[in-house]
Ligand binder design. Structure first.
Ligand SMILES: [Zn+2]
Length: 217
């Protein structure tokens, strides 16, 4: 079993009907590794406004520092989701798992890998959910004592965007098609998921939305 903690909740604003992206969600996952030691990974790594000090402040309540982060999983490569990797990727630091790109730390070191979908560590699974940026987008599913939690990045900006199919209207048609099929796959294949942590909003339950829309009672 693993634990999920939202370090910084992302947000999104609408101005004159257009969406204005605010900082993205950064999530900490604590897991028991194959060697029976507790370890930590991040899902997404902040934007250019976020500093290493910010990250250290977010980690402080958990009595760890950025040096305790063993892995970083990027849901996709948009700048608001990966900026802190420049501080963390190092020979002693975290390996970075994301779509097929090269990631460098600010020291010029490259520590990156692309893993197939499936369990990356005990209780933490990578799931291909293409659509928002491209074909390499990922979600992360975590087995927690409360049940399965889905950290989905911008596959679902927030619960409002998820409820409203028009939220994808500005995407290219191919991305739109993929987003919708990835969302449906998450919901159909993991009906027991207890919580979704989206890229730019509060956590929510799919069950609550289906009930609100009277799809279930
Ligand atoms: Zn985003």
């Amino acid at each position: 079993m693993a634990q999920v903690h939202v370090l910084r909740e992302g947000s999104l604003e609408y101005v004159d009907g257009s969406s204005v992206i605010k900082p993205a969600t950064v999530t900490l996952v604590k897991y028991r590794d194959f060697d029976y030691h507790d370890k930590y990974l991040l899902v997404d790594a902040g934007g250019s406004c976020d500093t290493l000090d910010d990250l250290e402040g977010w980690l402080d309540p958990y009595n760890i520092t950025s040096k305790d982060i063993h892995k970083i999983i990027l849901t996709h490569n948009h700048p608001g989701h990966k900026a802190l990797i420049r501080h963390i990727g190092s020979p002693e630091g975290a390996m970075i798992y994301g779509p097929d790109y090269t990631y460098c730390s600010c020291f010029g070191h490259e520590y990156h890998a692309r893993e197939d979908q499936g369990y990356i560590v005990p209780g933490v699974m990578l799931l291909d959910t293409p659509g928002h940026e491209g074909s390499g987008d990922r979600s992360v599913l975590v087995n927690t004592p409360e049940g399965l939690v889905g950290i989905v990045g911008d596959l679902m900006f927030n619960s409002e965007a998820y409820k409203n199919p028009n939220s994808t209207r500005k995407q290219y048609p191919i991305n739109r098609k993929d987003i919708i099929s990835s969302r449906n796959m998450v919901i159909n294949d993991y009906p027991d998921m207890v919580k979704i942590i989206p890229g730019h909003g509060q956590e929510f339950k799919i069950e609550d939305i289906l009930r609100e829309q009277k799809i279930i009672s």
